[in-house]
Design a protein. Structure first.
Length: 286
């Protein structure tokens, strides 16, 4: 594989995990300097919203959904007021037998121009091959909120690339937490569906098959999402596909459905994951 891509992504994740571990193990971090960085002349401000974490977002970088303000690319920090709660819902102080898979292939697929440019009919099949970047914003489509939350709570995080390159890596963990890993390789699909305990936290995971070319640092859509023919939905013909719940965004009551190798949620938890103690405790206790 391309070592640069893997190592840079690994370094970024390691830095996030290292910071979170430090904050979790410091008894008194009330003097920690708040985030004040800015981007494109937009100031990163504290978000006044219900959450188990301290939230920051760029001014005016939000949308209104069903009367609720939803921030894009929100940044999260531990809140010292909830130090005891983090011990209850996190795993920083226990054995690291769970792992989260960051959907880097899905992040690439949603970049522009890319797969969705093709789906909208704005470019040809050349858009079904997309370059893998060194890093991506932690977006809604790539479960950005969940990646930050799990990192802050001490969960190890690996990427699609790690699983594709070494499918046996998942055997080191008792539990695998899958995010919105919509686009995966055949290697990754097989590794995940063969693992005995997987939490399919987001609907629409394992939806389309892609191939990776590590020489050119790119992914290419192979099958699924109406390609190569419109009658093909799930690219793996997976009997447990639950994409019908992808647009259940309110998540007023998350229900997990049992399948042969784990549990699947019935709503897209991206806007709930940072504020639900019950959900995070349930994930930990599965």
């Amino acid at each position: 594989m391309n070592q640069k891509i893997f190592l840079l992504v690994g370094v970024v994740i390691a830095i996030i995990a290292g910071i979170s571990y430090y904050l979790m193990t410091v008894e008194n971090n009330e003097g920690k300097t708040p985030i004040t960085e800015s981007s494109d002349d937009k100031k990163l401000v504290k978000i006044d919203a219900p959450s188990l974490f301290a939230l920051y977002g760029y001014e005016d970088d939000y949308e209104i959904v069903d009367g609720e303000k939803i921030w894009r690319n929100a940044k999260y920090e531990l809140n010292p007021e909830f130090a005891e709660l983090y011990k209850e819902i996190g795993i920083s102080y226990g054995p690291k037998r769970s792992v989260v898979i960051y959907p880097i292939f899905t992040a690439a697929a949603y970049s522009e121009p890319g797969f969705y440019t093709y789906y909208r009919g704005e470019c040809g099949m050349e858009c079904l091959t997309v370059e893998l970047k060194d890093e991506y914003d932690l977006t809604y489509q790539a479960s950005g909120n969940a990646v930050q939350v799990f990192s802050l709570l001490g969960y190890p995080i690996i990427t699609d690339i790690a699983v594709d390159e070494d499918p046996n890596i998942l055997s080191k963990y008792d539990k695998v937490i899958l995010l919105h890993n919509e686009y995966v390789t055949r290697n990754e699909f097989d590794a995940i569906t063969k693992h005995p305990k997987v939490i399919y936290l987001y609907p629409n995971a394992l939806y389309a098959e892609i191939a990776v070319d590590y020489d050119t640092n790119s992914i290419t859509l192979v099958r699924g999402h109406g390609y190569p023919t419109v009658d093909i939905s799930n690219g793996f013909d997976w009997i447990y596909d639950n994409s019908k719940y992808e647009y259940n965004l309110k998540c007023q009551a998350v229900t997990f459905h049992r399948i042969d190798n784990g549990w699947m949620s019935d709503c897209y938890v991206e806007n709930l994951i940072h504020r639900s103690k019950e959900l995070l405790k349930q994930i930990k206790d599965f």
